[in-house]
Design a protein around this ligand. Structure first.
Ligand code: GDP
Length: 333
């Protein structure tokens, strides 16, 4: 096994709370690790930093590849840090396992932002399950907050499950779209449109301006048909150009208005409380799954019996129950 250099829990805690970016990165690597010993250390670090987390505005930004996410985040992020905020940008990208590549893996993305001390950009965590990836993203977000970042962007590629996971950890959810291409074409599911707090038609520049305005009117009409939201916020439709920066101050203004509303009507705290409860459930699943697959007896049994399961000699359902039984006997021993 590769040798891992780990710091003491206290060194991670002090480093993160002091805003040390190198230690922050190492702490995120630690929480991303599936090794049981790392998990124990990570839990100790998370426990200590949690009281210092939570004070940021968490914004989910989604949209299909090519919609202009990185260009938008670069410009919008700049606007945010120029207002005096410290910004962390994280990504949930389960597709990084496949040929599409990591959405933040490309170093040329967000070049200016990534060079500035007021911003911290973290490529997507690696992982094989969406649950695992999103759980790690949540912990990365909390570590960033504890390190003093007071605005967090979480980026996803707008095609389904990961948006639901991100919705479960942010305060505001923003969907970037293009004018002229139908929702179907953009691979955006209706469910995603329904859960967004703002729908932003991007690339509203040059010859595309008029089409963007038209799309804005159409979406504004369509959004009226959706049922009222729990947070009493009417989702807004905006246009912008991530390239020229036009429309970006209005988007930041809108997020401020949203924040004022949900602070005053109690939704902000209600939503965060619900999210914490869901987090606990997710973490139970994560712990069970990783400990199960890391268990030596399970590994050995699986190695021996997978071929029989694949060939149909042994029933998958029966084997699953037998393995879980074996695992429980192991823990209760
Ligand atoms: P991502 O895949 O969603 O991150 O999209 P990118 O930010 O990489 O942008 C994809 C392409 O669209 C690039 O060629 C950009 O130069 C272009 N682009 C991004 N934003 C805009 C914009 O606001 N206006 C125009 N005209 N082009 C843009």
């Amino acid at each position: 096994m590769r040798k891992r250099n780990r710091l003491s829990a206290q060194a991670y805690i002090d480093g993160v709370l002091n805003g040390d970016r190198v230690i922050l990165s190492q702490a995120i690597t630690l929480v991303e690790s599936a090794l049981p010993t790392d998990q124990v250390l990570a839990e100790e670090v998370m426990d200590a930093v949690l009281p210092h987390a939570g004070k940021s505005i968490r914004i989910g930004i989604t949209g299909v590849p090519g919609v202009g996410k990185s260009t938008f985040i670069e410009k919008f992020g700049w606007l945010v840090i120029e207002q005096g905020y410290k910004l962390a940008v994280l990504a949930v990208d389960p597709s990084s396992q496949s040929s599409r590549g990591s959405i933040l893996g490309d170093k040329t993305r967000m070049e200016k932002l990534s060079m500035d001390k007021r911003a911290y950009i973290r490529p997507s965590p690696s992982g094989t399950t969406l649950g695992g990836v999103s759980a790690r993203t949540r912990e990365a977000m909390l570590l960033c907050e504890a390190a003093g970042f007071d605005v967090v962007f979480i980026e996803t590629v707008g095609v389904g499950q990961s948006e639901i996971a991100v919705k479960g950890m942010v305060d505001f959810f923003l969907l970037l779209m293009l004018a002229g291409a139908g929702d179907e074409l953009q691979g955006i599911k209706k469910g995603i449109i329904e859960m967004c707090d703002a729908l932003v038609i991007n690339k509203a520049d040059g010859d595309n301006k008029e089409a963007a305005q038209r799309a804005k009117r159409e979406y504004a009409n369509a959004l009226h048909l959706f049922p009222a939201k729990e947070n009493s916020w009417n989702p807004k439709v905006k246009t912008c150009s991530g390239l020229s920066g036009e429309g970006l101050p209005e988007i930041w203004q809108m997020i401020q208005e949203y924040r004022d509303l949900v602070y005053s009507n109690g939704f902000f705290e209600f939503n965060r409380a619900e999210q914490r409860a869901n987090w606990m459930h997710e973490h139970v699943k994560y712990l069970l799954e990783t400990n199960f697959y890391n268990d030596m007896a399970i590994k050995k049994d699986l190695d021996e019996s997978l071929a029989d399961i694949k060939s149909g000699k042994v029933s998958a359902i029966k084997k699953a129950r037998a393995l879980v039984q074996l695992f429980m006997n192991q823990i209760l021993r």
